[in-house]
Write a protein that binds this ligand. Structure first.
Ligand code: ZN
Length: 195
């Protein structure tokens, strides 16, 4: 029986210089999150990616290029994107990530067929903050807390400045309301990495 109100927080689209501000807030509140990283951004900001790992957050695959045409990619193109980002991650982490979230969260038949080959687990969300679209921190915050419930997976973006203060307010809200923020592998009882 579920005795605790558990939720997980996930960040898409990094790493990015703004990720450092997110890491600071997470550290202050002693919270572990998951970062769905874009391969080409890891290549651009390797030190920031290493810091995410050294602070024991989960890292996962969010494609290599985050193409706006990703929905139209064939199975082989999706596999290429996944493998490329896996090896970039594995070079730093020493192991392959098993979690994948498609760009824009859209899962196509090609993506499904690709995942059967690559063996990644598709990780969605059920609370979308719209922090990449709305630029008003109060509205973003209210959107999230209205939708939070036990088992929630919150989608945020570590690439937007607004999400830093929203995260701070959110963590205070969750604490006050007896929510426990756990890492997503724990929430879903799934392995985040190979081995
Ligand atoms: Zn994304």
């Amino acid at each position: 029986m579920e005795t605790e109100k558990k939720i997980a927080i996930t960040f898409d689209d990094g790493p990015n210089p703004n990720t450092l501000l997110i890491l600071e807030v997470l550290k202050k509140h002693n919270v572990k999150a998951a970062f769905f990283c874009i391969g080409k951004n890891i290549e651009k900001y390797p030190e920031i990616f290493e810091q995410v790992i050294s602070e024991n957050h989960i890292v996962a695959n969010h494609s290599y290029g985050h193409s706006s045409l990703f929905d139209f990619f064939r199975k082989s193109q999706v596999i290429d994107e996944l493998n490329k980002t896996d090896s970039i991650i594995a070079k730093v982490l020493g192991k392959k990530p098993l979690f994948f979230r498609p760009p824009y969260g859209v899962t196509t038949p090609s993506i499904r067929r690709a995942l059967e080959v690559t063996k990644h687990k598709l990780i969605g969300w059920n609370v979308r903050s719209l922090d990449g679209i709305i630029k008003n921190e109060k509205i973003i915050f209210n959107r999230i807390i209205k939708r939070v419930k036990p088992g929630a997976i919150i989608l945020m973006h570590d690439t937007t400045f607004e999400s830093v203060s929203v995260l701070e307010q959110l963590l205070l809200f969750l604490k006050k309301n007896n929510y426990k923020v756990v890492a997503i592998d724990q929430l879903l009882n799934l392995k985040a990495y190979e081995n």
